[in-house]
Design a protein around this ligand. Structure first.
Ligand code: CA
Length: 297
């Protein structure tokens, strides 16, 4: 959920232009009533449909949203990483329990169908009761709608003594072997690997800052949080900024840009595919050098 009334987020919320707020009617006939900023799969109506109010019951989604997109140059709060991005709010995860594969799939499909190019998944769990349906949905929305799914590696490590390896101890969605998925480890502010961050030389792709990240929380508030949940929106913000300059990049091309342009960190070698930290400046240079024809004209 996202506090879409937050002073530093309300101007960057995605709006379903075909839906009239609060009239109790599914104006755009997409199966959801009053889905003005997204949907809430945790609160369902008498017909079993996800409701149209992604109001938060936890600080997580609002914090993640601010890192990506909080309004820049408004003189309050913080500035999100991306300057030309909208947040579609889809509440999928219970406040204190695991999300269901069914809800995750519905959320991915809603996001893809309604134009989201990046999905921030600051969540994960150790069971996938739906088998491969979540992974199949990631592939489907990538190929059908051009949507890239970005997921947190998880926070089970006790580094530097014991790094939790999600190639061995699987976490979902992060451990799916899926080319349409980008998986994120967390660094400290100083650039080292955060002690809580999961690793995996097959399943974890890149690292990004995720410790003591200051961002928005519900009720016009701000706070610092740590986790691969915070490193994921750092990466999504970079990806969104790249996409705003190169909007014709496919999801696999965008993933390539982010992975090929990392700043290598020797301590990360063998702990993730790239062994490096996401870098916006390098990503833009890589995109210009390799995908100039995907740029905005
Ligand atoms: Ca609707």
């Amino acid at each position: 959920g996202v506090d879409y009334t937050h002073e530093d987020l309300k101007s960057v919320m995605w709006v379903n232009a075909k839906e009239i707020a609060g009239n109790g009617i599914d104006d755009d006939n997409n199966g959801y009533i009053d889905d003005v900023h997204g949907i809430n799969t945790r609160v369902r109506d008498a017909n079993g449909a996800a409701t149209g109010d992604p109001v938060p019951e936890h600080e997580h989604g609002t914090h993640v949203s601010g890192t990506i997109a909080a309004e820049q140059n408004n003189g309050i709060g913080i500035a999100g990483i991306a300057g030309n991005v909208k947040i579609m709010a889809i509440r999928t995860v219970p406040a204190d329990a695991d999300e269901t594969d069914k809800d995750v799939v519905e959320s991915y499909l809603y996001a893809g169908k309604h134009g989201a190019k990046l999905i921030n998944c600051s969540f994960g769990k150790s069971k996938n009761e739906g088998g491969m349906i979540v992974s199949e949905a990631i592939k489907h929305i990538g190929e059908t709608y051009g949507t890239l799914v970005v997921a947190a590696a998880g926070n089970d490590s006790w580094g530097p003594f014991s790094w939790f390896n999600i190639d061995v101890n699987l976490r979902y969605p992060a451990s799916y072997n899926n080319e349409h998925l980008l998986v994120i480890a967390a660094t400290t502010a100083a650039g080292g690997l955060a002690t809580f961050s999961n690793v995996g030389k097959v399943n974890v792709d890149v690292a990004a800052p995720g410790q003591d990240v200051y961002s928005t929380v519900p009720g016009n508030g701000y706070s610092s949080m740590s986790g691969t949940s915070m490193a994921t929106p750092t990466t999504v913000g970079v990806a969104a900024q790249v996409l705003s300059y190169y909007p014709k990049l496919s999801p696999l091309e965008l993933k390539q840009v982010l992975m090929k342009s990392v700043t290598p960190v020797s301590a990360f070698a063998g702990k993730m595919v790239t062994g490096g930290r996401v870098d916006l400046s390098s990503a833009l240079k890589y995109a210009e050098a390799n995908f100039a024809e995907r740029g905005a004209k």
